[in-house]
Ligand binder design. Sequence first.
Ligand SMILES: O=C(O)CCC(=O)C(=O)O
Ligand SMILES: [Fe+2]
Length: 291
Amino acid sequence: MKVEHLPATATPEEATAILKRDGAVIVDGVISSPEMDAVAEELKPWMDATPFGPDDFSGRRTKRTGGLVARSPRCRELVMNPLILGVAGGLLSHASSFQLHLTQVIAIGPDEPAQPIHRDQWAFDFFPFPKGYEVQCNTIWAMTDFTEENGATRVVPGSHLLEDKLRFKLEESVPAEMKKGSVLLYTGAVYHGGGANRSKATRDGINITYNLSWLRQEENQYLSVPHDIARTLPIELLKLIGYRRGAYALGYVDDLRDPIEVVRPDLGTTGLGDALTAESARAALKQKQTA
Ligand SMILES: O=C(O)CCC(=O)C(=O)O
Ligand SMILES: [Fe+2]
């Protein structure tokens, strides 16, 4: 039992198939080590200014730094990565669209004990979603190498299809070991948790997650991204952070206006049916590959 690795040349379909089968998959080297160092440099002042967590679940030796769309142009690229969007679109294709759920650097400090094993979808007030109906596609980008010793995320492969509210011992999970620049993808239903950090250095990962557009976002993107910054973002990213309707009508503004009009009045109403879908994510990937 381990988390399967794919090369960065894998197609979204290949990664989605393993994600659906195992509840988790690692794509190696999605960006290079120097590219990740550049991301880390951009994030450092924000991470330095972040306090440690307030409770055992957040981690009292762990720092969680959010607001990454507003704070880090390089993280916007990670959020919009075509391969990742293709996988998210594939996993969540049973709904009409998906959106950005949260952005958060998770820096697990030395001597932090393991986080309790959990499902991320428990954030939705522990609603018992039907088995196989995934509501989230999650990523953790390795900012440092992830090793069992330094607190690599622990995963219970295949557990996305088990009963809800189970309790697992750490020995029943495996560490998602990977190199800096690699990405762990895992579903909202798979049981997992941050590992214990027994090393002398911090384990840094960037948690970027996506969820179905009819659910509430964990990180409030409208308040985390000031309008002055939102105005400057690419349209596809604006839509992804929620400036569009989810399903037919969710999230409209006053007289049935498209929410994107509020920050980009120049665009006018783009109408219904403009949501980011698995299909549009795949088309964007193809466009990038042939460019
Ligand atoms: O940092 C990690 O490896 C995982 C953290 C996690 O699962 C969470 O905070 O929900
Ligand atoms: Fe989690």
